[in-house]
Design a protein around this ligand. Structure first.
Ligand code: GRG
Length: 300
């Protein structure tokens, strides 16, 4: 990877974060509005400095297909709301029981468990409301996006399924195909659906949508395997969350099944496949390639 390519993704992610945060600020109820405690909890978790990777990916795909930003922005924010809800609930004592997220106290630690559950529930509802009420998009496209986001969030193909399979697999030996099944649902579904949503909003053709889906699936896998590796190799300061938790909870991860060296090799191979999928698209995909490079080299 050249410094130029890395810079391109980093600059894009940084400028996207500003745009996305400004729109989230408008969409999320103010703390001063009742019920204040739930609104404060939502804001605590949303505005805690996440990378905004999923909404930025949606916008990057949409812009590669020449969609205007105002057609992409609200759906992008909806993906971030679902993602943040999942982090709040994942950190709860009955799930991963964590006290550090995005470099600060988790929602249930800062507030209380009931408030954190409600904050997550409210963010999930607000995500669907945001798309349903997006007047920049025709109604039939809104319905299509709602169905895609619901499928990626729920079960049997989405994030809830991945989380359930992950919890069920804790503290026992898992096969490599089980790890893939868990990862593709728990992390992959929201990532590849964000890429698909960008293409759908842009009116991409069916072959283009298929290529973007394959790109998104591989990018999601790359994201999760690098996440698994960082859990073993990075510090709490770098991650903004507790490292080493996967091993302590005997989680199904790539390093636990394949070992660290094979995991590093898999990361390189998945990165090559991710970029190869972009060759099938006759659009300006350099930014998407640089995002894949950014994930390959990420340190948090
Ligand atoms: C509770 C239904 C439910 C699902 C939870 C997201 C999730 C499923 C679990 C989180 C556990 C985890 C650490 C998964 C690894 C991949 C992942 C989602 C990492 C966090 O995403 P980032 O790195 O976080 O994009 P930021 O804070 O930058 O947004």
């Amino acid at each position: 990877m050249t410094a130029t390519v890395s810079d391109q993704a980093q600059q894009f992610l940084a400028s996207c974060r500003t745009t996305i945060d400004a729109e989230l600020e408008r969409l999320i109820p103010q703390t001063a509005e009742s019920p204040e405690r739930v609104h404060a909890a939502i804001r605590w978790s949303v505005f805690a400095g996440g990378k905004r990777f999923r909404p930025a990916l949606l916008i990057a795909v949409g812009q590669a297909f020449a969609a205007p930003l105002d057609h992409l922005l609200r759906t992008a924010c909806a993906f971030e709301m679902i993602h943040t809800y999942s982090l709040i609930h994942d950190d709860l004592p009955s799930m991963d029981d964590d006290d550090l997220r995005r470099g600060r106290a988790t929602c249930h630690v800062q507030f209380d468990e009931a408030t954190a559950i409600l904050a997550g529930d409210a963010l999930q509802a607000l995500a669907f409301q945001t798309i349903a009420e997006d007047e920049n998009l025709p109604p039939e496209l809104r319905v299509q996006l709602l169905a895609e986001l619901a499928r990626a969030s729920g079960t049997p193909e989405g994030m809830v399924a991945g989380q359930a399979l992950d919890l069920e697999a804790e503290s026992r030996e898992v096969t490599s195909s089980e790890v893939s099944r868990i990862h593709s649902r728990k992390t992959g579904a929201l990532i590849y659906t964000a890429a698909r949503a960008g293409a759908l909003i842009s009116g991409a053709s069916e072959p283009e949508l298929l290529a973007i889906t394959a790109f998104g699936i591989n990018l999601g896998l790359l994201f999760q395997i690098t996440d698994d590796l960082l859990d073993v190799t990075a510090t709490a300061d770098e991650l903004g969350k507790t490292p080493g938790k996967d091993a302590r909870s005997k989680k199904a991860t790539f390093p636990s099944v394949y070992g660290i060296e094979a995991t590093r090799q898999t990361i390189q191979a998945v990165h090559r496949t991710t970029c190869a999928e972009l060759q099938k698209i006759s659009r300006p995909t350099q930014l998407l390639e640089s995002i894949a490079d950014f994930i390959l080299n990420r340190e948090a």
